[in-house]
Design a protein around this ligand. Structure first.
Ligand SMILES: [Zn+2]
Ligand SMILES: [Zn+2]
Length: 384
């Protein structure tokens, strides 16, 4: 199947589309699913597609999911299949996820009669911040038939090709964001005494923000607060009226999440008061923590080990990145795992979201095999 998978992946790679705009990708996916004889429903969360294989007799329903969106950056890889669209690139490997799931559909096509239970293919839009997964869950993608378990994978540039990484429980962080405004009183740079300088206050604030995790969170828990953007001022001799800060808060459990939020506001309030100025604090909840079901993770370990040996399945540490697969896992048990796609010899070493990101395409048939083995074991088909 490898040549076919490479062709599929490259075609999607050359035509990247951003979140909720995956019109062509979605059409392409639906056409293949229809060709494979699956029941296809389009229009989920705008561009999402769902395929269903209804097996013989009654049994469980297992779902697998791929994300379809690309990122807003220019590809600089000197490869013949580089992005043809300026400013857009599949720099997170979602092209590979789509190809792998289509490969699983192609695999099951000639053996539909051997499937007991149902297999559902979920192709979602907008994983990169848009929360396409949340919308599909709200629209009922886990119903009709009800999904008993769900599995998803992400290519992983930190593990070599041929290896699978699993998260026992927590896999990815809750990803919240904040906007803070320090509202002072502007004036001449030479007369600070008649102003309230929000730049000085922001300097103190940033330092204090960085003590929140280190002095408030149990060292055995995880948390990150990053101030990623500071906007303020117009000229060297003007004290501005206000300064804005944007940042992100990451955590792996709900208590830490709430604690970070309330400490952050407390610090903003304290610093603003100490400088006699006002503030605005906006906190926006993003993706929840991705939590795998331990039993489903054990199933992934066992099913993948059958194909590649226990030594090639590694338990990996959680990442403070985020993943909207978390929304599916809030509703049904399942497991999200990693497919190594790094190959130092081929120079495939760049991280996600880099303009040089690429995958070792051997991961495509490899990924198909892993999903087939997981489905096989979950539904008890004994075909793998
Ligand atoms: Zn990404
Ligand atoms: Zn991704």
């Amino acid at each position: 199947m490898k040549d076919w998978l490479v062709e599929i992946r490259r075609r999607i790679h050359m035509h990247p589309e951003l979140g909720f705009e995956e019109v062509e990708t979605s059409k392409f996916v639906s056409e293949w699913l229809e060709k494979f004889g699956l029941q296809v429903k389009r229009g989920w969360a705008n561009t999402g597609v769902v395929g269903l294989l209804q097996g013989r007799g009654s049994g469980k329903t297992v779902a697998i999911r791929a994300d379809m969106d690309a990122l807003p950056l220019d590809e600089v890889n000197p490869v013949p299949y580089a992005s043809k669209i300026k400013g857009k690139m599949h720099a997170c490997g979602h092209d590979a996820h789509v190809a792998i799931l289509l490969g699983v559909a192609k695999f099951f096509m000639p053996m539909k009669d051997q499937v007991r239970g149902n297999i559902k293919w979920i192709f979602q839009p907008a994983e990169e911040g848009g929360g396409g997964g949340r919308i599909m869950v709200e629209e009922g993608v886990l119903e009709n038939p009800n999904v008993d378990a769900i599995f998803g994978a992400h290519v992983f540039p930190f593990l070599p090709y041929g290896k699978v990484g699993v998260y026992e429980r927590e896999g990815l962080a809750a990803t919240d964001r904040f906007t803070i405004k320090m509202i002072g009183k502007g004036g001449h740079a030479a007369s600070p005494h008649v102003t309230k300088d929000p730049i000085l206050a922001t300097g103190h604030l940033i330092t204090q923000i960085h003590s929140i995790v280190s002095r408030n969170i149990n060292p055995l828990e995880s948390g990150v607060i990053t101030v990623g953007k500071v906007i303020g001022g117009t000229a060297f001799n003007i004290i501005p009226d206000e300064v804005e800060l944007l940042g992100t808060v990451r955590s792996l459990n709900p208590q830490v999440r709430e604690e970070l939020k309330s400490k952050l506001e407390q610090v903003v309030q304290g610093v603003a008061r100490s400088f006699g100025m006002n503030y605005q604090f906006d906190f926006e909840y993003g993706y929840p923590v991705l939590i795998n079901d331990l039993k489903m993770t054990e199933l992934v370990i066992s099913a993948c080990s059958k194909g590649i040996g226990k030594e090639n399945v590694e338990v990996v540490k959680p990442s403070m990145g985020g993943e909207d697969f978390a929304y599916y896992l809030e509703k049904v048990p399942g497991s999200f795992f990693r497919l190594g796609c790094r190959n130092e010899e081929k120079g495939i070493i760049h991280p996600y979201h880099s303009s040089l990101f690429d995958i070792d395409e051997e991961v495509l048939p490899f990924g198909v095999e892993m999903f087939v083995r997981i489905i096989d074991q979950y539904l008890g088909l004994n075909i793998a």
